[in-house]
Design a protein. Structure first.
Length: 210
């Protein structure tokens, strides 16, 4: 029996995942969480084999939660779920300690396959993500500027490029507008961009806008 905790801030999505997993005889969902802090608490209580962790949650993101989770529970197998394609968060998730990355648009049988694989201690990596991982360690290739950003800076970049106002970004990330401004200043400096227009142009060019 594989014991699983599902962490996703959208109740409908979470219930759907639970239903898919519960329909498989040897999988058992032992807990649910709607944010990173919740996930930490439920994992402490239930000691699951696998944690399904959403990327985009209020407060601390799934990627940010990976490191403290792995530090406290080094044997926990984590499969990151996201509506974003592999080229946006996949490499970050694997490098932060996840054993796999799965797009939410994937078929239910792929979810089951991914859970079984990471539960066995193996990586679940799509061919697309494997290619991205290979590119990320290619010393001869030039690293794209957005890959130099922290996870929260990258989230801020995507939200600015999608047209969100500072106050909206603050609400989405559950941080203060002042903190959003700090992230914006940092990412512009790191990427050598002058303003939001240049940032948006870069994001569109590199396929970072949904």
């Amino acid at each position: 029996m594989i014991r699983i905790v599902v962490a996703d801030d959208h109740a409908i999505v979470r219930k759907g995942l639970v239903q898919i997993l519960s329909d498989t005889e040897h999988l058992r969902v032992v807990g649910e969480a709607e944010n990173a802090a919740d996930a930490m608490r439920v994992v402490r209580q239930e000691s699951p084999d696998v944690l399904l962790l959403d990327v985009a949650m209020p407060g601390k993101s799934g990627i940010e939660a990976l490191k403290p989770l792995k530090q406290e529970f080094p044997r926990l197998k984590i499969l990151v779920l996201s509506m974003y394609p592999e080229d946006q968060f996949g490499v970050r998730a694997i490098k932060a300690g996840a054993l796999g990355y799965l797009n939410k648009a994937s078929a239910p049988d792929r979810l089951i396959e991914a859970v079984e694989r990471v539960a066995a201690g193996k990586r679940y990596i799509t061919p697309e993500l494997a290619e991205l991982l290979a590119d990320s360690v290619d010393s001869d290739g030039e690293t794209p500027a957005h890959q130099l950003l922290s996870d929260r800076e990258f989230q801020t970049l995507k939200l600015i490029a999608s047209g969100k106002m500072l106050s909206e970004i603050a609400d989405i990330l559950a941080i203060s507008p002042k903190t959003v401004s700090v992230y914006r200043a940092r990412l512009l400096e790191k990427m050598k961009l002058a303003n939001n227009a240049e940032l948006t142009h870069y994001a569109i060019k590199h396929g970072l806008v949904d």
